[in-house]
Design a protein around this ligand. Structure first.
Ligand SMILES: Cc1cc2nc3c(=O)[nH]c(=O)nc-3n(C[C@H](O)[C@H](O)[C@H](O)COP(=O)(O)OP(=O)(O)OC[C@H]3O[C@@H](n4cnc5c(N)ncnc54)[C@H](O)[C@@H]3O)c2cc1C
Length: 419
C-alpha cells in the first residue's frame, strides 16, 4: 500500500534520488470471488470502486479492465468539465460533479489539475443569442453559474476570435460558465486508482470479461467469465462506455444505446494563447489549450455507428474548418495527433444509470461524449446504487425504465448539445 503524498515525502525522496516512492497501486492476482466486481477500469469504474470502499465500507471489490486503466475514453477525452445542462435533473447531477471535482485533489491526495478557466460558448446570430438567453435563464434558475456576455465582453475574454465584421458566422457574444474548465484526465484515473487501492480494492488489468454467469433459477448474476478465469461476484457493475451493449448482451439483455467514434485532435505546442475553453455549437467545434501548449480540439461524432476506434477524414476536415472560421489565427498551426474513442449514446443524450433487468447487475453507461465531467458524481451515485440496491436520488431520472415510461431527459433537444 502506498503512503500519503506530502511535501515532507517529496523532500525525503528528493534527497534519495526519488528511488523510494512506493508503487501507486498493486497488481494483484484475481481472487476466486468478490462482493462486487466492476467491469471497466475507466474513470467511472475506478471512482465507483473508491466510493464503494470509502462511503459504504464495501472493500472486497475488484475492478476488471481488459487493457490498461484509463486506456478507454477517459484517457482519450478532451477533459472539459462543466455543468451547463438545462433540465433540473441533469443540472443537479452534473453540478454535483463539478463540486466534487473542486475538492478532488485534496480528497484523493493526488493533484488532478482542475483548471477552472471558464468556458465561453459563442452565439453567431440574433436567433442563437435569444436561444442562449433562454438557456442561461433556465440554468440560473437551476442554480448553475451561467451568464450572458455581449460581443465586446466575449472578445475581451478571447481576443483571437474572428475579428471580421463580414465573417460568415459573425460573433455576437455568448454564454459563459466561469466554474467550468479542464482537468488532467490521466490524473483522475490514477488518483482514483491509487485511492481505491489504498482502501483495499483489487485493480486487475489485462483481464477482459467474456461472459456473465447467472443463477439458472433466480436469474441473478453470480459472476463473470474472464480471460483470467471465472470470478464469482455478489454484485456486478457495468462501466465499459462504448462497449456497454456488448457486455449487456453477455448478461442476456439489450440496451437502447448506439456506439459511435468520437474524434479529438491536438496541435503542436504553442506559447500560451488561449486561457479558456471556447466553443461554438453552430460550427461544431470546441478548443482549449493544454498545459503542454497544444490546442486540444473536438467536434461532432462520426455520423455512423461503428466500433472502429479511428475516426475519419471528413470529420477532421469539419472540425478544422470550424476552428479556422472561429479563430482564423490558428490556420497555420500544425496538427500533431488525432485519435478516437467509442462512445455510447441513448437517443435522449442522457446517461443510463441504475438497476438493470438482471438482479444484482447494475448499469453505468450512455455517457456519450460527455461522461468525463460526470466521473466523480457518477462514481459516488453508482456506488450508492450498487451498495444499497436502490438508485441514488440524483440518478433516479436516468434509469433504464425511462425509455419504457416515456420519461426521457432530452438534453440534446433542450440544451442544444449532444452530451
Ligand atoms: C474524443 C473524446 C472526447 C471527449 N471529450 C469529453 C470532454 O471534453 N468532457 C467530457 O465530460 N467527456 C468527454 N468525453 C467522454 C468521456 O471521455 C467518457 O464519457 C468517459 O470517459 C467515460 O468513462 P468510463 O469510465 O465510463 O469509460 P472508459 O474510460 O472508456 O472506461 C471503460 C473501460 O472499460 C474497458 N472494457 C471494455 N470492455 C471490457 C470488457 N469486456 N472487460 C473488461 N473491461 C472492458 C475498456 O477497456 C475501458 O478502459 C470524450 C470522449 C471522447 C472519445
Amino acid at each position: 500500500m502506498s503512503g500519503a503524498y506530502s511535501a515532507l515525502q517529496l523532500v525525503r525522496n528528493a534527497l534519495t534520488g526519488h528511488r523510494g516512492w512506493p508503487k501507486a497501486w498493486r497488481s494483484p492476482q484475481p481472487r476466486p470471488a468478490y462482493d462486487v466486481v466492476i467491469i471497466g477500469g475507466g474513470g467511472h469504474g475506478l471512482a465507483t470502486a473508491y466510493y464503494l470502499a470509502r462511503n459504504h465500507g464495501v472493500r472486497n471489490v475488484a475492478v476488471l479492465e481488459k487493457g490498461w486503466i484509463g486506456g478507454g475514453n477517459t484517457g482519450r477525452n478532451t477533459t472539459i468539465v462543466r455543468s451547463d445542462y438545462y433540465y433540473p435533473e441533469s443540472a443537479a447531477f452534473f453540478d454535483r460533479s463539478v463540486t466534487l471535482y473542486e475538492g478532488l485533489s485534496q480528497d484523493l491526495n493526488f493533484n488532478v489539475m482542475f483548471s477552472q478557466r471558464g468556458m465561453l460558448t459563442i452565439g453567431h446570430s440574433r436567433g442563437e443569442m435569444d436561444f442562449r438567453r433562454k438557456l442561461v435563464n433556465g440554468m440560473r434558475l437551476n442554480g448553475i453559474d451561467l451568464e450572458m456576455v455581449d460581443e465586446a465582453q466575449a472578445r475581451a475574454m478571447c481576443p483571437l476570435l474572428n475579428p471580421s465584421p463580414s465573417a460568415r458566422y459573425p460573433i455576437l457574444g455568448g454564454m459563459v460558465q466561469r466554474r467550468a474548465g479542464t482537468v488532467r484526465h490521466d490524473a483522475v484515473v490514477w488518483g482514483y486508482a491509487r485511492a481505491a487501492d489504498r482502501l483495499g480494492v483489487d485493480i486487475i488489468q489485462n483481464c477482459a470479461v467474456t461472459g456473465v454467469r447467472r443463477d439458472p433459477v433466480s436469474g441473478a448474476v453470480t459472476g463473470v467469465e474472464t480471460t483470467r478465469g471465472l470470478i464469482g461476484a455478489g454484485k456486478v457493475g457495468l462501466a465499459v462506455a462504448g462497449h456497454s451493449s456488448v457486455v449487456a448482451a453477455m448478461a442476456g439483455f439489450r440496451l437502447p444505446l448506439r456506439s459511435y467514434a468520437l474524434q479529438a485532435f491536438v496541435s503542436e505546442p504553442l506559447k500560451p494563447v488561449l486561457d479558456m475553453v471556447v466553443s461554438s455549437s453552430v460550427l461544431n467545434i470546441y478548443v482549449s489549450q493544454s498545459d503542454k501548449g497544444g490546442l486540444v480540439l473536438g467536434g461532432n461524432l462520426d455520423p455512423y455507428a461503428s466500433y472502429a476506434q479511428r475516426g475519419n477524414p471528413p470529420t477532421m476536415e469539419a472540425v478544422l474548418s470550424g476552428l479556422i472560421e472561429m479563430i482564423p489565427a490558428f490556420s497555420r498551426v500544425r496538427l500533431l495527433r488525432q485519435w478516437a474513442g467509442i462512445v455510447d449514446y441513448a437517443h435522449d443524450s442522457s446517461p443510463v444509470l441504475g438497476l438493470s433487468p438482471v438482479a444484482n447487475f447494475f448499469l453505468n453507461c450512455g455517457w456519450g461524449g460527455g461522461g468525463f465531467k460526470a466521473i466523480p458524481a457518477g462514481g459516488e451515485t453508482f456506488a450508492h446504487t450498487v451498495a444499497t440496491g436502490q438508485p441514488h436520488p440524483l440518478i433516479k431520472a436516468f434509469s433504464l425504465d425511462r425509455f419504457r415510461d416515456q420519461a426521457l431527459v432530452d438534453e440534446a433537444a433542450a440544451a442544444g448539445i449532444e452530451h
